[in-house]
Design a protein around this ligand. Structure first.
Ligand code: NAG
Ligand code: NAG
Length: 296
């Protein structure tokens, strides 16, 4: 019923503008404005899992180079933060193909079309529950397709393992994998845009078999994806946003799933204070012990 009424609303909206090409505001009013938005990114903070070869990150209050003092609301009207980030391979991130090959795209060379795609979620959490290093296989993908239909071309495929639900207390040595055969199948047989997984690497092989193949062949991949237990296996969209560092090899990314209004998880634009956003009972203050600004 929901699908019928949404389609009818969309058709009505398109007819109303007399458009052969959909007017995107009509699409927004009919569907996206009442959709459920689910955040799929981890918060970047000093106490987060980082591969030990890169080392931990630190935050500091930004200092005014003219006075040598940190900016303060009282004296400068604003404060700012300086981040010492040891790597662009941090938290929820999108690997640029150039991470493994200088002949392939860097951050600023990734097309703007990456902003929006269909989202597929393949759930192998039941297999990971009995084998912590379980690897997504072609058989798992075919099993998903028997139940949900063929994976659409150009979709983003996220692999749900529930590994990230223990974040930040996750095991970065033994983790659920995505097998080389699976990424080859997704790209070569299904023509997906990119795949993503919850752990910080695709597999535990010494030569990073899956990740090497993906990146060296010019595909991106997402790592450190969160909250996949809150997204439907089919039918959601994925919004992808990241900063544009020149020559960047990894991308701190905000992934947001955009799901149907009837989906039980996520927030609707009408249900949150967006503009203005709320005032808080406690101010944000620099917490030297924790190494970030906090409200308590
Ligand atoms: C890095 O951060 C983690 C989590 O806060 C901490 O356990 C670890 O000791 C830190 N490592 C170093 C080298 O500071
Ligand atoms: C766990 O999964 C991995 C990757 O699929 C596989 O190589 C390994 O044999 C499995 N372990 C067990 C005990 O089934």
């Amino acid at each position: 019923m929901r699908v019928v009424s949404l389609s009818a609303a969309l058709a009505g909206a398109l007819a109303a503008v007399g458009a052969t090409q959909p007017d995107m505001w009509a699409v927004y009013d009919a569907v996206l404005g009442a959709a459920k938005y689910v955040d799929l990114s981890h918060t970047i903070e000093p106490a987060m899992p980082v591969w030990r070869g890169f080392g931990n990150i630190t935050f500091q209050p930004a200092t005014n180079k003219l006075t040598g003092k940190p900016f303060t609301y009282a004296e400068d009207l604003f404060e700012a933060t300086a981040y010492a980030l040891t790597t662009d391979q941090l938290g929820t991130q999108l690997d640029s193909p150039a991470h493994f090959s200088p002949w392939r795209a860097a951050s600023d060379e990734i097309p703007a079309t990456y902003a929006l795609s269909k989202l597929v979620v393949i759930d192998v959490s039941d297999k990971v529950a009995t084998n912590a290093s379980y690897g997504l296989s072609v058989a798992d993908i075919r099993e998903w397709e028997r139940r949900h239909g063929r994976i659409p071309r150009r979709s983003v495929v996220f692999v749900r393992s529930d590994w990230s639900r223990a974040w930040p207390a996750v095991n970065t040595d033994v983790f659920p994998q995505v097998l080389l055969e699976a990424v080859k199948f997704l790209h070569l047989e299904r023509g997906i845009l990119f795949h993503g997984h919850e752990p910080l690497d695709a597999d535990m092989t010494p030569a990073f078999d899956a990740e090497s193949w993906v990146l060296r062949n010019g595909y991106a991949q997402a790592e450190g994806v969160a909250n996949l237990h809150m997204v439907a296996p089919t039918g959601c969209l994925l919004s992808t946003g990241f900063p544009k560092f020149r020559g960047g090899l990894g991308n701190y990314v905000r992934f947001v799933a955009v799901c149907a209004q009837s989906w039980p998880h996520g927030v609707q634009p009408s249900a949150v204070a967006e503009a203005p956003m709320p005032a808080y009972a406690r101010p944000l203050v620099w917490d030297a012990a924790r190494g970030y600004r906090a409200r308590e």
